[in-house]
Design a protein around this ligand. Structure first.
Ligand SMILES: Nc1nc2c(c(=O)[nH]1)N[C@H]1C(S)=C(S)[C@@H](COP(=O)(O)OP(=O)(O)OC[C@H]3O[C@@H](n4cnc5c(=O)[nH]c(N)nc54)[C@H](O)[C@@H]3O)O[C@H]1N2
Ligand SMILES: Nc1nc2c(c(=O)[nH]1)N[C@H]1C(S)=C(S)[C@@H](COP(=O)(O)OP(=O)(O)OC[C@H]3O[C@@H](n4cnc5c(=O)[nH]c(N)nc54)[C@H](O)[C@@H]3O)O[C@H]1N2
Ligand SMILES: [Mo]
Length: 673
């Protein structure tokens, strides 16, 4: 830490829902943060920050930041500033009354990924002891991929990220590191320098293609078919690893599944060429060891589980599991270093996250009367925004804890202002590497703002649960460090001094035991990899079929400019929709023109951006646009589940473009159909 007369530099760990979990260096001048940069001493951050975090001060100091509780005035219908005492008494009285009248299941606590710090787990503990209340199940983000890897391997983790330096091939399968995990870029560049060949398999052209020697623009959702073609060709070439039967269950059935169609039929389904299939075969076997980096986007489809399971199987039969430089990496087990067993998970009822609005509206015995929202913006971020709005508007009590008036907070009965990532006191793992870090406030929150922990402690006091959630943020951090971690000598003090690689994570996942060549450590019932094998998948896992009525698939993807719905610089609407020029030409429109984007459930005004590198069956829109600005993709996306794992098929919404007269430009909001 350096110090001049009034300027200090303080470090913290970014708590955003991002794989990188960076170490931030904040320059603080007279109590105000004046600059944010990446910590040069952190092995992953490597001295730079992404666009959204380097521009975060716009958000931190935005006039729109909420610094006092807001309560809806029953007469005027407006949200009005009130004291914390009034706000908390109101919340406590309402929660206690609803619990007494309808039972705790009538209260739904929804927590999402606004912060990935561990301390807000105490909010879950409060609601468990106050109830237990209704909580969410499933996962909007990674439900399908989590399920796939857990079924196949029994463990969802990755080899060390720097093990990529041992790879000869890296397949970025549906992954845009430029947007979603920029700190992978230097690692991938170094891997390339050491001789790795990079291939991108993605229906969308994006900047990550510039890192790769080849890009395969598979049909959206065509990855299952592509994986089957590759598996079949590898078999035909005698490239399945000789010992596969020793660590894989269902090998003959998997073989039969890849033979359900000819290679040509699979490639037609996937809309790739035979040469592209051969390229992947070559990358997996001739240029092994190969790592498949499985992106998080691809699983958000109706065949998402089948796709990720097919990639797991490819990694297994091609002999790339358990070896340095090999693997099928979807997730780094970011919670492995923490013990949250103080929460028992005893909820009486669950709401399926991707079906949030519908489930709330349908809940009976008792109906859901109150929704408490921690670190989430379900209106903008969950599918079918208009259903979510309807569900929240019709509840008796909606409490939102946030720092800004999100689309969701605007509907609340009560909004409670919380701290930002620069004011957080927390401990974090990461889902893109194995380093642990602590967040320490680089500045105190503005007067009137409390942390999630302080808010829940103040509420607990009013309902007789003070003891349950008592303790400072640091006390809770110490309590949550897994005993397994402390056995390895990792302490909070050590984490405060700098990032620590979790000693619990092995450098090479599923490494063979000494003296053996068979990958090991699969936590499935049989101890073997479970190869995907249901014969019905030969047709059931086909890519979505697009008809002439709705010829495009809406892909609402991460943009480097924002973190989900948190924009440091809010774009002005209408939302930019990127399509191939032929798609615009079909309705007589061109670059910069307005058009109406229609799904089966809603429509919105968009401004067209043309990009010749895109497929003609996709329409690309930034994820996280706000509903009130008419930029929210989820207004158009129907709520539907993935094939298993209760993820959301966010990217399977068929849409079409219609011309819109320039005179209608003013009406830029999205409307239910
Ligand atoms: N700047 C920024 N960074 C973020 C976020 C953000 O909003 N902004 N969000 C964060 C969050 S919440 C998460 S979960 C992570 C991961 O965030 P994600 O947005 O899931 O990131 P990716 O893993 O890059 O996956 C997206 C890629 O999947 C591709 N894809 C979609 N469908 C298919 C398909 O059918 N087949 C194939 N092969 N590819 C497909 C898309 O074209 C895209 O390139 O990133 C985090 N990082
Ligand atoms: N159409 C479409 N929808 C998507 C996606 C997509 O790709 N396309 N991606 C999905 C994915 S991967 C994800 S993870 C979800 C993300 O969905 P959310 O987790 O709901 O996303 P955020 O916009 O990050 O909203 C979090 C809210 O938490 C607030 N917040 C930030 N820090 C804190 C804190 O410390 N405490 C509290 N109480 N609040 C805080 C923020 O201000 C913000 O309003 O969206 C999903 N929705
Ligand atoms: Mo996510």
């Amino acid at each position: 830490m350096t110090r001049t007369s009034e300027t200090v530099q303080r470090k913290t760990t970014c708590n955003r829902d991002c794989p990188d979990a960076c170490s931030i260096v904040a320059t603080v001048q007279d109590g105000r943060v004046t600059h944010l940069s990446g910590d040069p001493e952190h092995p992953i951050t490597q001295g730079f920050l992404c666009y959204r975090t380097s521009h975060f001060l716009n958000q931190q100091y935005a006039p729109a930041r909420i610094t006092t509780p807001l309560l809806r005035n029953a007469q005027t219908g407006q949200l009005e500033p009130v004291s914390w005492d009034r706000a908390l008494s109101f919340a406590a009285e309402a929660l206690v009354r609803i619990r007494a009248e309808s039972g705790p299941a009538a209260i739904f606590h929804y927590r999402s990924g606004g912060t990935l710090g561990m301390v807000p787990k105490v909010v879950d503990l409060f609601f468990e002891r106050f109830g237990p209340v209704t909580v969410k199940r499933g996962d909007i983000c990674s439900g399908a991929g989590d399920y796939a890897q857990e079924v196949d391997f029994g463990v969802e983790d990755s080899s060390d990220v720097f093990d990529l330096y041992n790879a000869k091939s890296i397949l970025l399968w549906g992954k845009n590191v430029w947007a979603s995990s920029p700190h992978m870029i230097p690692i991938l560049r170094e891997a390339k320098r050491r001789g790795a060949r990079l291939t991108l398999i993605d229906p969308v052209w994006h900047r990550t293609a510039t890192l790769c020697e080849r890009t395969i623009a598979v049909r959206p959702g065509g990855d299952f078919a592509l994986a089957m073609a590759v598996a079949r060709r590898l078999y035909e070439q005698g490239k399945w690893t000789a010992n596969a039967a020793e660590f894989c269950d269902h090998l003959p059935e998997f073989l039969a599944l890849c033979h359900a169609h000819s290679v040509d039929a699979w490639t037609t389904q996937a809309d790739v060429t035979r040469a592209e299939v051969e390229h992947i075969c070559d990358a997996l076997c001739n240029a092994a060891p190969a790592t498949i980096l499985v992106g998080w986007g691809m699983g958000r489809r109706r065949n998402g589980v089948a796709i990720v399971r097919a990639l797991d199987a490819l990694g297994a039969v091609s002999g790339n599991l358990g070896i340095p430089g090999g693997g099928v990496s979807f997730y780094f087990k970011r919670r492995a270093a923490f013990d949250t067993s103080f929460c028992q998970g005893s909820a009486p009822r669950t709401v399926c996250e991707p079906l949030f609005g519908r489930d709330i509206l349908a809940a009976q015995d008792p109906p859901i009367r109150a929704v408490w929202i921690t670190a989430g913006n379900p209106v903008a971020m969950l599918p079918e925004s208009h259903t979510t709005v309807q569900a929240l508007r019709s509840r008796e009590l909606v409490v939102v804890v946030d720092s800004w008036l999100s689309d969701t907070a605007e509907l609340a009965t009560l909004v409670l202002p919380c701290n930002t990532l620069l004011e957080a006191d927390d401990v974090l793992g990461a889902y893109g590497h194995h380093y642990l870090g602590v967040a320490r406030p680089v500045v105190p929150p503005p007067p009137g703002v409390k942390s999630d922990l302080e808010i829940i402690q103040a509420l607990a006091e009013r309902v007789g649960l003070s003891q349950v959630v008592a303790g400072s943020a640091r006390d809770w951090q110490m309590k949550m460090l897994s005993p397994r971690l402390t056995e390895h000598g990792v302490t909070i003090e050590q984490l405060e001094a700098g990032p620590v690689r979790s000693p619990l994570a092995s450098p090479v996942l599923f490494a063979a035991k000494p003296g053996s060549s068979i990958p090991s450590g699969f936590a499935t019932a049989s101890g073997c990899v479970q190869l995907i094998h249901d014969p019905a998948l030969a047709t059931a896992a086909a890519p979505p079929h697009l008809g002439p009525e709705y010829p495009l698939l809406l892909l609402s993807l991460s943009t480097e400019k924002s973190q989900s719905s948190q924009w440091p610089v809010l774009p002005t609407g209408p939302a930019i929709l990127t399509v191939h020029p032929d798609v615009a030409a079909a309705i007589g429109r061109g670059e910069g023109d307005l058009a109406q984007l229609e799904s089966r459930i809603a429509h919105m005004l968009v401004r067209l951006h043309l990009d010749r590198r895109q497929r003609r069956d996709v329409a690309l829109i930034p994820k996280g646009g706000h509903l009130r600005d008419g930029c929210c993709a989820n207004a158009l996306v129907a709520a539907q589940l993935t094939d298993a794992g209760e993820g959301a098929a966010l990217y399977d919404e068929p849409v079409r473009l219609r011309p819109v007269p320039e005179s209608m430009a003013a009406a830029s909001a999205s409307h239910p159909a």
